[in-house]
Design a protein around this ligand. Sequence first.
Ligand SMILES: Cc1cc2nc3c(=O)[nH]c(=O)nc-3n(C[C@H](O)[C@H](O)[C@H](O)COP(=O)(O)OP(=O)(O)OC[C@H]3O[C@@H](n4cnc5c(N)ncnc54)[C@H](O)[C@@H]3O)c2cc1C
Length: 395
Amino acid sequence: MNQRTEATNLERGRVLAARVETFVREQIIPFERDPRQGAHGPNDDLVTELRNMARSAGLLTPNILDDGTHLSHAETALVLRAAGLSPLGPVALNVAAPDEGNMYLLRHVASPAQKALFLQPMIDGRLRSAFFMTEPAEDNGAGSDPSMMQTTAHRDGDDWVINGRKAFITGADGAGVGILMAKSEQGTTMFLVPLPDPAIRIERVMNTLDSSTPGGHSVISIEGLRVQASQILGTSGEGFKYAQIRLAPARLTHCMRWLGACIRAQEIATSYAVRRRAFGQALIDHEGVGFMLADNKIDLKQAELMIDWCAGVLDGGAQGTVESSMTKVAVSEALFRVVDRCVQVMGGTGVTRDTVVEQIFREVRAFRIYDGPTEVHKWSLARKIKNEAMKETPR
Ligand SMILES: Cc1cc2nc3c(=O)[nH]c(=O)nc-3n(C[C@H](O)[C@H](O)[C@H](O)COP(=O)(O)OP(=O)(O)OC[C@H]3O[C@@H](n4cnc5c(N)ncnc54)[C@H](O)[C@@H]3O)c2cc1C
């Protein structure tokens, strides 16, 4: 991309992000206390109402253009950061996980028939999806190590029959389509499964720290699920390759949304610290408090720069596996420090549900685990460092 095109496109992203920010601040934040949300996220009634508002504002699924192409990753960074200013923003705008990453994957891998059946209704914000990869720890199934996958897919005539269990499946409860990963003789394969299906049973919706995603996170059992060959996403045996297509951009969009949320937490904590007084002065004038807010400002800027760097790598056409891994670690760890300090600055109020800071704290804690726990990314980076070092001629 030449410099002029890049500047023009970023300007488009900036304009869109400004509209999204106004929409989220003025129209979505007032719903944060809406009783139609609980431990397992906002209910369908609230999601529909918020999406209708976004549709009316011309801001539903703003990252996907009318011709089906996506904004550049750099533009997406601006728009999703604005969407993330409220935990309800991504859901309202239809840019939340797992749908946003699933739409990206379907655009790149699904057949025209699969796109018409599933992708278009998702873009229209009328169909939710789920990504079925992780399996229960008690079965020693796929977790940090996806190669431990135990769910199987066997050919039976023209059909495939799938059996297994899955865990932590975000949004499975209420989803209209699932991308299901299973081990077949050809290798790991992705299947597109219309939901609900009697062969896919929600054992339980798990009680988790976080609470922003519709449907929560479920443990699922799959018993004798029969699917046709036309339901394979792409080619059989290529599941891990397709997971890579989704991986880097999806990691990065999580960083974008949670950066927005932590910018908001910092705003709330700052407002508290300039108004609240102790020992004869505003809290912010106590060095211990001022330093926490200053450290936050530094961490937020570093997170923003890492995201922009990685977005540039992806926009340059690279897969960005290493860059997105580094960015995911740096941003999730930095944002957790930021929101933890926000809670601390706000004293007792920080741990109450009087402000959204408490929810952001819970959400960002979980972010250090999904899309690869910090330690797994570091372990993988360390292996690359070792391999490169072993190639070098000793001096
Ligand atoms: C809120 C939430 C939503 C999720 N949504 C989905 C979803 O929609 N679909 C889906 O398929 N999955 C989902 N997951 C699952 C998520 O991807 C897994 O939790 C993650 O991959 C870790 O797997 P695990 O929980 O089995 O942890 P384990 O594999 O049991 O790992 C436990 C810990 O061991 C350590 N560890 C593991 N390997 C190494 C290593 N090589 N070096 C050093 N330390 C290591 C890490 O600290 C890690 O946190 C979600 C998880 C959460 C928390």
